[in-house]
Design a binder for this molecule. Structure first.
Ligand SMILES: [Zn+2]
Length: 280
């Protein structure tokens, strides 16, 4: 074991030197090196909710926890087939506290975290796909995943959003949270309840995972956009509004902008932006 470790370090150091000699920016080299050396990338898949935590809003007909688990398992199968090492934070209908999910994610190196949720709102008309990230390192992954999921779903595109959800803030690897549509929207709920659509969602998320290093115009200025590169998705920074928004009570269903925010509010219970008690 020590000998293997030494050999690995030697390999890592020489690879880093080789990349440094190639002349792109140091930040890009480091992240590239950490992505490429050693074992395959680990994808930690986090199916939202589980056990006593059904997800969604009270009285919601379709249980979010079942949909997230099914998509997560399909995603696992696809990524495993693509050569990724996959870790599930849950693989059955059990409750896993948020800190445990984060601890699982943070125990892997050369890993990324993909958290799967479905949205809900009191307004039945609310719908669409949105993808959240928090750290700068997660933007490429969020962009790629959102590009494919929003592009492949019949739902509207609610954009990439930056927000301090617990599982995004506390993870120290690239991390995204995908809201795969509203289960309170009759059309989107009907889609979500078909296996073929959940398979499609999993395929799009997998495409985003595979394409995360092809996002054009991201942190590396040396990267040249090509026809194969994925456009960087514009994002809404919600980190600064999160606090005041959080204080707004559930009755604030006024005006479209506010409504949009409150429509995604119920999901904050599992991934709270201001998580005093994330499981509440
Ligand atoms: Zn959720």
């Amino acid at each position: 074991m020590p000998r293997n470790f030494c050999r690995f370090r030697l390999f890592a150091v020489s690879l880093l030197i080789a990349i440094l000699a190639c002349g792109s920016s140091p930040a890009a080299q480091t992240s590239r090196a950490s992505q490429n050396i050693g074992s395959p990338t680990t994808v930690v898949i986090d199916a939202g909710h589980g056990g006593h935590d059904r997800g969604g809003i009270p009285g919601q007909r379709v249980a979010e926890k079942e949909m997230t688990l099914d998509v997560a398992q399909r995603l696992r199968n696809l990524l495993t087939a693509s050569g990724y090492r996959v870790v599930m934070t849950r693989d059955s209908d059990v409750f896993v506290p948020l800190p445990t999910r984060v601890a699982i994610a943070n125990s892997y190196r050369n890993a990324i975290f993909v958290c799967i949720h479905f949205n809900s709102a009191r307004r039945m008309g609310a719908g669409g796909i949105e993808t959240y990230f928090y750290s700068r390192d997660s933007l490429q992954l969020a962009s790629a995943v959102h590009y494919f999921v929003a592009g492949g779903a019949p739902s509207s595109n609610r954009g990439v959003r930056r927000r301090g959800y617990y599982v995004l803030r506390k993870t120290n690897i690239p991390a995204v949270l995908v809201e795969c549509g509203f289960l309170t929207n009759p059309t989107e709920a009907a889609y979500a309840q078909t296996a073929s659509y959940r398979q499609k969602l999993a395929e799009e998320i997998a495409a985003g995972v595979r394409g995360r290093n092809s996002v054009a115009g991201a942190l590396t200025t040396t990267r040249v956009a090509t026809s194969e590169s994925i456009p960087l998705q514009p994002y809404i920074d919600q980190t600064k509004v999160a606090k005041s928004e959080h204080r707004q009570s559930k009755r604030s269903h006024k005006k479209s902008a506010r409504k949009k925010k409150s429509s995604s509010k119920p999901t904050e219970s599992e991934a709270s932006a201001v998580p005093k008690n994330p499981e509440s």
